[in-house]
Design a protein around this ligand. Structure first.
Ligand code: ASP
Ligand code: MG
Length: 424
């Protein structure tokens, strides 16, 4: 017998028919004698609709300002998950599975006070565990918890992945299965490179990089949590036939296991290629070369909640001034330029240049730690395709390269093939 947390995303619970299919997956595990908690998202498109209503309701007539009370935003958008948890509990009961729905406040899932982007602080798993003991399935609403102000708080878009991993950690589950509309984690996006392969296993660290650098399978925070609490997390498809052979296999079900690197026997140098479109590059010229400038620039950007990514600074030739280039999401350019304009005089720099429509392509693999020449291979391969590199950043296990947006697909395919990731 094992204890399993099963999470189903929006497309998997998009209508009652699909919820019935989800119930078959759940029933399979229950019939095999496992203890099961299920975490659900809102039906596909529901959260967007609710967010739209919040915006509309909070706008004064005639205005197009998007300012709203975050506590009421949470009260509204958390309702999508409440609906699906109740519906799944009903469907499970209709097929003879003892099930009960749980809202975040009932578990309780305690969060901090950052309404709209709250972080989970503590989950009391005792009552869920007691219910396991009487053979009951807990169907928990993802994406939500209760804040210190005693109000519903939501975890940020995509947050039900994080709910699932956090609950798995709290009840000490053997595995957390994330059922989604793809059948695992691939070496790169199969829509761009049809030769992409599904990975049987990927380490927590690599998955964290993949998710942060553009792969959209899992919310980044959920991978962080899985890594810290060592929750073996499994990405698999909810559209597979729930009763096909091997689906209930405890050790090797179809999908991708995210686990500790020690569990991965056959280490590849490079595991995957990720990409993020819509990056913008901002360059500051003649930046004064003295202590405090970087803080003077990036401090105010951070205060304005602008996510700065790659930062490249050169060593000045004359000891007086240098250049500084960095990237931000395209949507944040205007806000960033306004902040920079404000600090320009005090910090001391000259022109601000910016370019939108960039992409960041990243090569990821823990094998890089012990192999030389991995970066050079990427640079040469891109050069051969005449793709110009604008900026480069690296860490122990990744290389990120900034290029012009229209070359994204070509760059992804080129790198995928040069590291031998193509399907045979
Ligand atoms: N329903 C929420 C969203 O759409 C949470 C989730 O699906 O993970 O962002
Ligand atoms: Mg999701």
């Amino acid at each position: 017998m094992a204890r399993i947390v099963m999470k189903f995303g929006g497309t998997s619970v998009a209508d009652i028919g699909r919820i019935r299919n989800v119930a078959r997956h759940v029933k399979r595990e229950v019939d095999a004698g496992h203890e099961v908690a299920v975490v659900v998202s809102a039906m596909a498109g529901k959260t967007n609709e609710l967010v739209g209503w919040v915006r509309e309701a909070s706008r004064a007539e005639g205005s197009n300002l998007n300012i709203y009370d975050a506590r009421e935003y949470d009260a509204v958008v958390a309702s999508g998950e409440q609906v699906t948890s109740g519906l799944l509990a009903l469907v499970l009961q209709s097929v003879g599975v003892d099930a009960r729905s749980w809202q975040g406040w009932q578990v309780p899932v305690r969060t901090d006070n950052a309404h709209g982007a709250a972080r989970i602080q503590e989950i009391d798993g005792a009552e869920l565990i007691r219910r396991f003991g009487i053979g009951q399935v807990a169907v928990v609403s993802g994406f939500q918890g209760i804040g210190p102000d005693n109000r519903i708080a939501t975890l940020g878009r995509g947050g039900s992945d994080t709910s699932a991993v956090a609950i798995a950690a709290a009840v000490k589950a053997d595995r957390c299965d994330i059922y989604t509309d793809v059948d695992g984690v691939y070496t790169t996006d199969p829509r761009i490179e049809p030769k992409a392969r599904r990975l049987p296993k990927i380490s927590f660290e690599e998955m964290l990089e993949m998710a942060s650098l553009g792969a959209k399978v899992l919310q980044v925070r959920s991978v962080e949590l899985a890594m810290v609490h060592k929750v073996r997390t499994f990405v698999r498809s909810s559209f597979d036939d729930p009763d096909a052979p091997g689906m209930g296999d405890l050790l090797n079900p179809p999908g991708t296991l995210i686990c500790d690197e020690d569990e991965i026997v056959e280490q590849q140098v490079v595991t995957g290629i990720a990409y993020a479109k819509d990056e913008a590059q901002i360059s500051l010229r003649r930046v004064a070369d003295r202590p405090g400038v970087a803080g003077g620039i990036f401090g105010p950007l951070a205060e304005a909640n602008i996510n700065v990514d790659m930062i490249v600074q050169n060593i000045s030739e004359d000891g007086k001034s240098t250049d500084m280039t960095f990237t931000v999401p395209s949507g944040d350019v205007d806000k960033a330029l306004a902040v920079l304009d404000r600090v320009k005089q005090t910090v001391g720099f000259d022109v601000i240049q910016h370019d939108e429509g960039m992409s960041k392509v990243s090569v990821i693999g823990i094998g890089m730690r012990s192999h030389a020449g991995v970066a050079a291979t990427a640079f040469n391969a891109l050069a051969e395709k005449s793709i110009n590199i604008r900026a480069i950043t690296t860490s122990e296990i990744k290389i990120s390269i900034l290029i012009d947006g229209p070359y994204t697909e070509l760059a992804v395919r080129t790198l995928h093939s040069v590291y031998g990731l193509d399907k045979q």
